[in-house]
Write a protein that binds this ligand. Structure first.
Ligand code: B12
Length: 210
């Protein structure tokens, strides 16, 4: 029973075994922060790398995410008791008119896996809702996802509304989704275009480390 073994279980998406191992590690006195920092986060980092290299596909990501979720459910209350703070806050959503959320959920999983708090606004999120969430939650980053060429333009509207509501400078904007490219992100005034969930996570880390 070790953190190395736990990391392997999460990487391989063994949810039940992950849950049991986390419980027994806690019972034997391993602290929750060590479990998060030395096993769970590195596991998701490796999962992201395997995905980028083309060795893992969406199903492997999803089972790893489920194992990670089981583990975090158990340790979250312990972390709160210990006063461990999230690394930062990220607001995520799929844009107005768009119901595709598989990619957005993968981004959520990687960003949460890296120790951030994620406010997930779900699908079909209007520019008004994004702006309201920025005002309410004061995230360092917002991430918008779009899978339809027809809904991409809503990202532009959101950036414009952030500006006209005077909150554009308080938050970094990242965008992603299969039909997007860097030139579109640049054109609409987003700060970052990420081609996958790992890039999203790395950008959130970059923003909070700056
Ligand atoms: C699954 C799917 C659906 C499901 C969605 C289920 C769900 N809960 O998401 C359902 C059946 C509901 C659906 C509906 C429709 N779909 Co659809 N759908 C797809 C499909 C097959 C897969 C999309 C997917 O999940 N990919 C896997 C994920 C992991 O990839 P991803 O989203 O790109 O995310 C990755 C990156 O892009 C990035 N990323 C994503 N978001 C973000 C955000 C940030 C901030 C960052 C940094 C990175 C990032 O990270 C992710 C992980 O690495 C695609 C075809 C395809 N093969 O892509 C069509 C597709 C997207 N759909 C399409 C269409 C047309 C539709 C419909 C209009 C069909 C219809 N006539 O009803 C409706 C629209 C509904 C709506 N209003 O949104 C077209 C879009 C064409 C276009 N260019 O606009 C596609 C391309 C199919 C096609 N070839 O025609 N769809």
């Amino acid at each position: 029973m070790s953190l190395v073994e736990l990391k392997e279980l999460v990487k391989n998406g063994k949810a039940k075994e992950t849950e049991e191992m986390v419980k027994s590690l806690l019972n034997s006195g391993t602290n929750a922060e060590a479990i998060l920092t030395n096993a769970l986060i590195p596991a998701m980092d490796e999962v992201g790398e395997l995905f980028q290299k083309g060795e893992y596909f969406v199903p492997e990501l999803l089972v790893a995410a489920r194992a990670m979720q089981k583990a975090t459910e158990i340790i979250r209350p312990k972390l709160q008791e210990m006063g461990v703070k999230a690394k930062g806050k990220v607001v995520l959503g799929t844009v107005r008119g768009d119901l595709h959320d598989i990619g957005k959920n993968l981004v959520k999983m990687m960003v949460e896996g890296a120790g951030f708090e994620v406010v997930d606004l779900g699908i079909d999120v209007t520019p008004e809702k994004f702006v309201q969430a920025v005002k309410d939650h004061k995230p360092g980053v917002i991430g918008m996802s779009a899978l339809l060429t027809t809904t991409m333009m809503s990202m532009k509207d959101t950036v414009a509304l952030l500006k006209s509501e005077g909150v554009r400078n308080s938050v970094k904007v990242m965008v992603g989704g299969a039909p997007l490219r860097q030139d579109f992100a640049t054109e609409i005034g987003a700060d970052f275009y990420g081609k996958d969930a790992t890039e999203a996570k790395n950008y959130a880390k970059f923003v909070y480390e700056e």
